[in-house]
Ligand binder design. Sequence first.
Ligand code: F3S
Length: 416
Amino acid sequence: MYLTDQEKKMLQGEYGAPVQKAMEILVHLGDFYGAEKMIAVRNVHMPGSSAIVAGKAGIRFVELMGNEGGLFCTLTTLNTAAVDLLDWRDLGFPEQYYHDQARLTRAYKKMGGVGCHTCIPYLSGNLPRFGEHIAWGESSAIAFVNSVVGARTNREGGPSALAAALTGRVPLYGYHLDENRAGQVRINVTAKLKGAFDYGTLGYYVGKQCQELIPVFTGLPSNITIDELKMLSAALASSGSVALFHVVGITPEAPTLEAAFRGKAALMEIEFGRTEYESTIAQLNKSRTNRVDLVVIGCPHASIDEIKLIAENLYENKTNSAVDFWITTAIGNKEIASRNGYLEIIEKAGARLVCDTCPILGPTAAMIGTKGYNAIATNSAKLAHYIPGQWDIGSHYGSFEQCIKAAITGVWGDEK
Ligand code: F3S
């Protein structure tokens, strides 16, 4: 592939060993995907920011890059971590995971990483502009930023995102190119949808059908919210590998149906009505018991609007003493929640704002053992999808209101 003089110097080691290693990774990647050249990026969101995902070898590699003088030349935000870095002890996270996470976070920060530890960087200080080339990891954030913001990223893994942060480059291929951003599957939504849970259900169904193809949604209301689009993005990227979607009349590359398809024909057409909606909910409910031990809202991390709504619903209520209720979010949201009194209401009710981490990227397996959880309830299709595959535990999947009710009663639905 074509390299500029500066990129050649990076590859030859003139900018130090970490940049050289990074450029080698990017050139291999570019050659594999047939990229003609590199493009500049100034914005990276780093997957592999959880010490559990990175593992001991990953932590050592990141430390090595920093110790050899590696410095990020892009805004580089860190994705979700393995533990709540402040309240880990109180929440019952095993100590070893805290120490591993602290090491990894320190290593990234040494190179210039921003330790916001969230999967909603776009709501936490890292919002690229329309059309900007970026290098992001974390499937839900990738789908959101490609589709709702109209920035351009491939699905970066830990090594390629690290390489992009060290060099400010990515190979030009995939979703960076106009021709790979055309819609491929038309989705006619006839079911009436309201709330993030409904959009997660839609995304889960469509992700399964589309896999890596690009869906184009028609029939969605013009008042769809950011939280609904956030949930749609996460679900599309969990049952499938959708990294880009269009919503006609809503997302920036789809002012019209024709524009969304860039003049091409749809490969297939899918209907999402009441039947598909109900069968998807049934698929994601996999529990042998109607008891609930842990309720989780905040996958993707909860926005301040969602936290406010939870506080309103928990006001003068108490969660069941046998239930842990986690609202997973970014640390900045906890501070805002505290200043506005939401945190006090939530904690008084017995629920917790859990920052930096989430059940999937945290040491949930270890905690299931020590806490004796049998079933988790959530309003997130992504989390409900991963629960049965990751742990021998039941999953209850339902609306925000159903989850709050379960946290209060300790039971899913009506007690039998
Ligand atoms: Fe975020 Fe963890 Fe869910 S990274 S999207 S809260 S699985």
